[in-house]
Ligand binder design. Structure first.
Ligand code: ADP
Length: 351
């Protein structure tokens, strides 16, 4: 590399930059590539023409413009090293230096791009989820104003369907609000001392009351002397409510739901122990290929069935976010035809 010892010190500073950077001379030759650039574009790019390192025409035209003394607009390019990454490429002319004529920098925008994609898919999904109950409400309103105007039987039937559709929309809005409020403070770990057994007993009482028509029995095994955990009572209530509601929804009539609580004692290792709550149902279970995707928003194994049972497709996404906020984890196990077990691990206060 044609740089003096003093210049070498300057280049070393560029190695500390997390973003890739390239210095070009007037012949488009890469006379310096910092460590991040070598990692991105190849270890042997120094000394070669920029076109050997960067194949994207947009990146090359940006570099050429800077070499011509212009200040080109940045551009977005995709660079694939196994997985594709999106970079914003900027180039600035360097005036008044004998060797370096342009500096090219790259900013990794992959995560921003992914977040944008997730956001727009989410908005499309929400619109779609709201559109179908709304379309059916509008249809029934029109029928009630016209053909079924003087038919009390039809009116009664349609109003009951309308009530279901409106409740589904209302549940969807409630779940969307819960999800966004959990996301807002997801990085702040709750510190209130929560005693899980009374909390679970309350949840069981509420859900048990709804279990009557399916004749599902909730069997719980609560040990003595369970430690409190740092948590948010309302959010933890929601976790176990959602999991128990699912066990009820997807469990077979006249079957059982078993709730177990245990503790993983790590106190001898000087780290936080974990309280483990598992909820096992006897239902049709979940195919193995779907297990890893269940906590995605609006992911359902059987869309029609979930809708019919009044599901929003957001329950497990909410559970995952709340458990994450509590620095815990959720494990899902299932055997098709037998049932599913949802296990929540929640750390206790530090030992
Ligand atoms: P939903 O409102 O559709 O129940 P969830 O986010 O709570 O949404 O669950 C997502 C999907 O996971 C459900 O649609 C269903 O396919 C599957 N699922 C959740 N819990 C169970 C369970 N206990 N047994 C079988 N399938 C389940």
């Amino acid at each position: 590399m044609a740089v003096s010892a003093d210049n070498q010190i300057t280049w070393d500073i560029f190695d500390a930059l997390p973003d890739p950077a390239l210095a070009l001379d007037g012949n488009r030759e890469i006379i310096f590539a910092n460590k991040a650039a070598l990692g991105l574009l190849g270890e042997d790019i120094e000394g070669g023409d920029i076109a050997m390192a960067l194949r994207q025409p947009l990146a090359l035209s940006i570099a050429n413009a800077a070499l011509d003394g212009q200040n080109p607009e940045p551009g977005e390019i995709e660079i694939s090293r196994g997985t594709p990454q999106i970079f914003e490429v900027r180039a600035a002319p360097i005036l008044g230096n004998r060797i370096v004529k342009a500096l090219i920098t790259f900013k990794d925008n992959t995560r921003i791009k992914q977040a944008d994609d997730i956001r727009s898919t989410f908005v499309a999904n929400v619109s779609h989820e709201l559109r179908s109950p709304l379309a059916s409400l509008i249809g029934f309103i029109e029928t009630l104003q016209g053909a079924a105007k003087d038919d009390p039987e039809a009116r009664k039937k349609f109003l009951s369907v309308m009530e279901n559709e409106a409740s589904r929309m209302s549940r969807l809005i409630d779940d969307l609000l819960s999800l966004s409020s959990v996301e807002v403070d997801e990085h702040v770990q709750p510190r209130e001392a929560v005693s899980l057994i009374p909390l679970l007993r309350d949840v069981v009482t509420v859900i048990q009351a709804r279990a009557v028509n399916k004749e599902i029995k909730i069997i719980s095994d609560f040990p003595q002397g369970l430690p409190d955990i740092p948590g948010d009572v309302d959010q933890l209530t929601q976790v176990f409510q959602n999991l128990l509601e699912n066990a009820m929804k997807y469990g077979r009539s006249k079957s059982e739901i078993r709730i177990k609580i245990g503790i993983n004692d790590h106190s001898s290792e000087n780290s936080a122990s974990e309280v483990i709550v598992s909820i096992a149902d006897r239902g049709d279970g979940i195919p193995a290929k779907d297990l890893s995707r269940l906590t995605e928003r609006f992911y359902r194994v059987d869309k029609a069935r979930s809708r019919e049972l009044g599901g929003t497709g957001l329950g497990l996404a909410i559970v995952k976010h709340i458990v994450g906020r509590h620095r815990g984890r959720l494990e899902i196990g299932s055997e098709e035809g037998l049932g599913s077990t949802f296990t929540v691990f929640l750390p206790t206060f530090e030992a």
